[in-house]
Design a protein around this ligand. Sequence first.
Ligand code: NAD
Length: 493
Amino acid sequence: DTTSAVPTAGHRPADLPGRLRHYVDGAFVDSVDGATFDVLDPVSNETYVQAAAGRTADVDLAVAAARRAFTDGPWPRLLPRERSRVLHRIADLVESRDARLAELESFDSGLPITQALGQARRAAENFRFFADLVVAQSDDTYKVPGRQINYVNRKPIGVAGLITPWNTPFMLESWKLAPALATGNTVVLKPAEFTPLSASLWAGIFEEAGLPRGVFNLVNGLGEEAGDALVRHPDVPLVSFTGESRTGQVIFANAAPHLKGLSMELGGKSPAIVFADADLDAAIDATIFGVFSLNGERCTAGSRILVQRPVYDEFVERFAAQARRVRVGYPHDPATEVGALVHPEHFDKVMGYVEIGRSEGRLVAGGGRPEGLGTGNFVAPTVFADVRPDARIFTEEIFGPVVALTPFDTDEEALALANGTRYGLAAYVWTNDLRRAHNVAQAVEAGMVWLNSNNVRDLRTPFGGVKASGLGHEGGYRSIDFYTDQQAVHITL
Ligand code: NAD
């Protein structure tokens, strides 16, 4: 019906804040020099709020507050059970506000509302998980009969600097905040400048849950400014960073003079390998979800699909048909499966790869802006077939709803293709041959492998990448290890 009005604007949540500020030592504050930056919503690409732009002086104030809360405050000295209670209250509060959180996150980031709701619940689960884990935590004790007893004295480290990206911002912040706080550290969070809205809710949630003043501090601002000041601050011994590999390299270098503890969750170009003996229905559903959910702005997206030759043509045809059925729409619409990309700069980057792809592969679905959604950052799910392994769309992270399909013949060739990028975050393998599944899983250069399964994680397992995808692990006890010092104490008997 071409006469029905096509909406040109998305949904604007009620009661948006008039200004986003820092949160330092229990109070909302502006930048010392009053500087701000514009925050856009990805459907209208208009500025909807100004956020305080943190300078070095603002980071100094936040770190000083966190440092005082660490050296003089109660938080690091509480029993794990007492900290755990606060974390469970945080989880309760996040759960009770999940609809509002999802509304704000979807508006700010362009994520489909149903997926933003799932991420809000996951944020609550992250707090619950680490609340339980620190209570169950045990450490090693060794006895050498008649000679020595040795034990591990685990201690919080101090002020943790947490630097997070704009994809699923609230959830990824919780993934660092929860273990950092559970283990007794104090924190300064620097959220991504494209999506600062949901981070502003943490302060209220933490106050209500009873987190002592100064334990949580937030500085908004640009990466090169506020983020950089946090990385270089001498009183911040730990930096947990999630973002692009290139930014990770810069942070690595800037943290080197202080020999800081670093956790780096970086970019990816993860392969999904589909063998001819696989359950094709399941493989197609999962690989569609794997690359197009969260707008394709997902670090573990299966953005290269390698398909064994006997089923390649069928796979390409069915995958492309299903990609064309994926519903692109306004982020607040519950029927939407792909929303708006986060920011016009990122939209231009993704569209640049779509143009490059036209000469590097055979376009079989998408290829541009879908009709009828106005001028927001919408990109139709885009599928390129017959992509060669030296293509840019095969080797570079696009971070949008764009996927490269490539045929292979043998297991060895599949592995060579899978391992043929600088990244090594995730891999997905589809086969009904048990030995092949395990052999490929073990030979693929990826920190995480899913066999015949969707990207669903157990929070106890290590999360992290190899090669340019990261350094260190988060998840379960690996997070506890990152945020604590383990002192060995030896006693002669
Ligand atoms: P980004 O690297 O541009 O920014 C991430 C954060 O770092 C932001 O808060 C930014 O302000 C800050 N920053 C930028 N330059 C800085 C500097 N010089 N010093 C200190 N901080 C600085 O990444 P992005 O575009 O926000 O996020 C997308 C990227 O994140 C993708 O590459 C994606 O794969 C990756 N990612 C990885 C994981 C993972 O767990 N491996 C998860 C999500 C996203």
